[in-house]
Design a protein around this ligand. Sequence first.
Ligand code: ZN
Ligand code: ZN
Length: 439
Amino acid sequence: MEVRFWGTRGSLPTPGPRTVRFGGNTACVEVRTGAGHVFIFDCGTGARPLGDALTARAPIGASILFSHTHWDHIQGFPFFTPAFDPRNTIALYGPQGERPLHETLARQMELSYFPVALSQLPATLSFTDLGEGAHTIGRARIVAQYLNHPAVTLGYRLEADGAAVVYACDHEPFGGALWRSDTAAGRIESILHEGDRRHARFLADADLVIHDAQYTPEEYRARKNWGHSPFDYVVELAGAAGVKRLALTHHDPSHDDATVAEIERHARAVAERRRTPIEVFCAFEGGRVTLGARGGAPAAAPEVASAPAGAVTPGARILIVDDDPVMRRLTKGALQNDGYVLTEAANGREALELVRRAAPDLVILDFVMPELDGLDVLRVLRADPTTVSLPVLMLTSQADEDSTRAGFEVGATDYLTKPFSSPQLSARVRACLARAPKP
Ligand SMILES: [Zn+2]
Ligand SMILES: [Zn+2]
């Protein structure tokens, strides 16, 4: 397959003489398979030149895979010319965020913003809300997995022609530190946070990974919870995952060509220090990569639960356990628009009582509480066969390695550090519920 970068900028288009080398258009990547199917990862402003290039080839069949519906990933769609040609068939896929994909895309084309409504586009369009899991589209296997971003966001692993390409935008580290200090860094088993380990398995042995690396490590320290990665995390993680080629993308709008080139140099130094044979580069507009010439079976896909489309769990019962009423209120506020039934407990004993009585679908558990703390509650839940696999999201101000390890060792499903943002908690809860074993 052929991969071509049409938009490599994050957040905001940034044209001009300072960005000519790496490009100013927002996120858009084209993947053309040997069978001639066109896949498009995201429709930032790079979708406009891509659309112009595709127009000459009509009729076309294309599948657009939206990572999420933040503006820089959808704003090019109204200008995607193949949608204006009745001979074309375009299938659009993406995670359901605040509302279904179709509705979000229609809203950005309301008359206040754009002269043509989504429903007036002449091409044959279809819309599918995707969840985490494996899907078959146009003879390719697509594995979708939730990323860590303050919006419901999917990463995609596309396997075709004996090769695998992963697109992971936008995403930031789950844990404070990547490695456990008691094991040798550089292997998937040495990753501290279960979320980062799952992410590494998602990338495992891919021929090409296209990954958010918006920040330098210094910038990231001041921008935690903004949903983007520092390049060193990405290189280390991809190196541990045995990735062959790594394209860093979603370049920060404030980074000129010299800064992005500097990031590329430093990122390669990280790979060298770890002695991983990974080939690292910063994605640039017009850049092409050919994959799959080796033939044979594609790199082994990670094991994933095959989830049905949608993946929203309306009416799920969530128990919020925190001794601090302000935190309980904030947590409720973050989830109030997601259609859950929310209950609260102010301490561990009350929590265990409510779990027994009300059988919640998920527990959000504070780490530090008087008497029975979060770990004690979790131990009791894991010792009981009826709650052994009940999803438990630990919400904690303890970001240190020992606490994180303790949380996962006792059986936490996820571990989120305070302060968190509302969309971030909402997305993490969504992922926990989607992964929960179905009765
Ligand atoms: Zn973005
Ligand atoms: Zn985003």
